[in-house]
Design a protein around this ligand. Structure first.
Ligand code: SF4
Length: 490
């Protein structure tokens, strides 16, 4: 039997055909040397690898080396590996002698099924259509070929602003894993690597994300029992100093391969069918996994590699150091400061701060999309090239002019005000676009539209906004002010 090489994002039991087959695990330092990763991400990845090695005992060969190639020189037997999750790693394993590449695992829809679906479509690929296909293909939340509840998406009922009257949502925080000797060893090693010159960003802290399949399953059970019922209603809302809200906080577990996504999908469906969670919450959660997560994975492989470098809005500014280094204290704007602090302290914020605050701010200022792809990859515990390419290039930066998104995800301060509790305590006024109190998001919104209207394809959803833009008499002053402030912390 060939030895199964498991990359650090292929660590769950579902990546083995036989629970007793020989395994190869490689801890490579080169990846951390190339670019500055978040310290907690480095900790999580290495901790997960070493925990897997400890679980497997003599069944696993654990090699520490500078590069994968260097480690593989010590391996004499045939090796097989599941299709890696980045183009760079796929090119590597295809070049290696004695390594056979198996189909990918860790996603619900196969590459072939997606390609057949996508090839048959005319025009842009949209999540809604893929999600409906996936529900039917895998028989999730359907009765016959029809959606349970009569509609494929219940998103309109899920877009509520945050509750204003209680300090916390009625959902207990996700349980924090207990660190062990392996974590202590990882922390000591990372301290030593830092002294040797490897650079990290963000703060160290207790490990907050599962490093084993057992921990990931425990978090899933806790979410299904206690947090899922509240998830849907407030999934698009943000609250100051409440980073988790009712989100599952399982993305890093899926993306490390600890948790099979279909286990979570079926678990949520069962919660609904047993009357333990409302349909809008369950549907919203399933759409994120069976729909969005699989969709962005497939687009990464379906589109040409050049997609990653799209920059159709001609965004030329480098990502500034204060943002790159997560310097939340340099930022006055309350929303951006809180969200950057969340990334600095946890390596994670949920999907709305990523889009509505971080991505939106970068889009408005014209920062280079390819640099943002790397930044999200390195700064988030769940960031991988396949995740951040679609989420940044296609979704948040609209750098491909709509190959997957219907319009740029750009919004002003009034929208942030509606969907969060940030603006009340902010030094800026979300209604102002000029003057000392001008909200940087509101000014940036109009500045972005004025700068890019000739580049954005005609779009019915933007028509009214562009008519409003034409009526503004101060737009030149807004644009000029935004140009001056494009890379300084707001
Ligand atoms: Fe953010 Fe503007 Fe609201 Fe301040 S006023 S919190 S900068 S959206």
């Amino acid at each position: 039997m060939s030895r199964r090489w498991l990359f650090a994002d292929q660590l769950g039991p579902h990546f083995l055909d036989d629970p007793h087959q020989p395994v190869l695990l490689i801890e490579s330092k080169a990846v951390f040397r190339r670019r500055a990763h978040h310290r907690q991400k480095a900790h999580l990845v290495i901790s997960a690898l070493r925990h897997r090695a400890a679980e497997l005992g003599d069944q696993a060969r654990y090699l520490r080396a500078e590069t994968y190639r260097e480690a593989l020189r010590q391996v004499r037997e045939p090796v097989e590996v599941h299709h890696p999750t980045s183009r760079r790693a796929l090119a590597l394993v295809r070049r290696l002698d004695g390594v056979s590449v198996l189909p990918p695992k860790g996603f619900v829809t196969s590459l072939g099924d997606f390609a057949d679906w996508a090839d048959a479509r005319r025009g842009a690929l949209r999540l809604e259509a893929f999600y409906q296909f996936a529900r039917q293909r895998h028989g999730v939340l359907v009765e016959g070929d029809e959606p349970v509840g009569g509609r494929w998406s219940l998103d309109t009922g899920n877009r509520q602003p945050p509750p204003r009257t209680i300090s916390r949502l009625d959902a207990p925080a996700p349980p924090t894993p207990t660190e062990d000797d392996i974590d202590a060893e990882v922390r000591a090693d990372l301290d030593r690597w830092e002294r040797e010159g490897i650079r990290f960003v963000g703060r160290d802290g207790p490990r907050r994300f599962p490093a084993t399949a057992t921990e990931a399953r425990a978090r899933l059970r806790h979410f299904l029992a206690h947090r899922l019922p509240m998830f849907g209603r407030y999934e698009d809302a943000m609250r100051n100093a409440d980073p988790w809200m009712a989100h599952s906080v399982l993305s890093s577990s899926f993306n490390l391969g600890l948790l099979d996504p279909m286990t979570a999908v079926r678990g949520a469906e069962q919660a609904y069918r047993r009357g333990r969670a409302p349909l809008p919450s369950v549907e919203g959660f399933i759409r994120q996994i069976l729909g969005w997560r699989d969709f962005v994975w497939h687009l990464y492989w379906y589109f040409d590699p050049s997609w990653r470098h799209s920059n159709e809005l001609a965004a030329r500014r480098p990502v500034p150091d204060w943002f790159r280094e997560l310097d939340a204290d340099a930022v006055t704007a309350r929303c951006l400061s809180d969200v950057l602090a969340g990334v600095r302290d946890h390596g994670w914020v949920h999907h709305i701060p990523r889009l509505m605050v971080l991505g939106n701010y970068a889009l408005q200022r014209g920062w280079r999309p390819a640099e943002l792809v790397d930044w999200f990859h390195q700064s988030f515990v769940d960031g991988y090239d396949w995740v951040t390419t679609a989420n940044v290039v296609g979704m948040s930066q609209y750098a491909d002019l709509g190959r997957m998104a219907t319009r740029p995800y750009v919004s002003g301060g009034t929208h942030i005000n509606r969907m969060s509790d940030y603006c009340g305590g902010c030094r800026y006024d979300p209604r102002q676009r000029l003057g000392e109190d001008a909200c940087p998001f509101t000014a940036g919104y109009w500045g972005f539209l004025a700068r890019n209207r000739h580049r954005i394809p005609p779009n019915a959803r933007l028509a009214r906004t562009l008519t409003q833009l034409d009526r503004l008499t101060d737009v030149d002053a807004v644009v000029a002010r935004e140009e001056r402030r494009a890379i300084t912390p707001p």
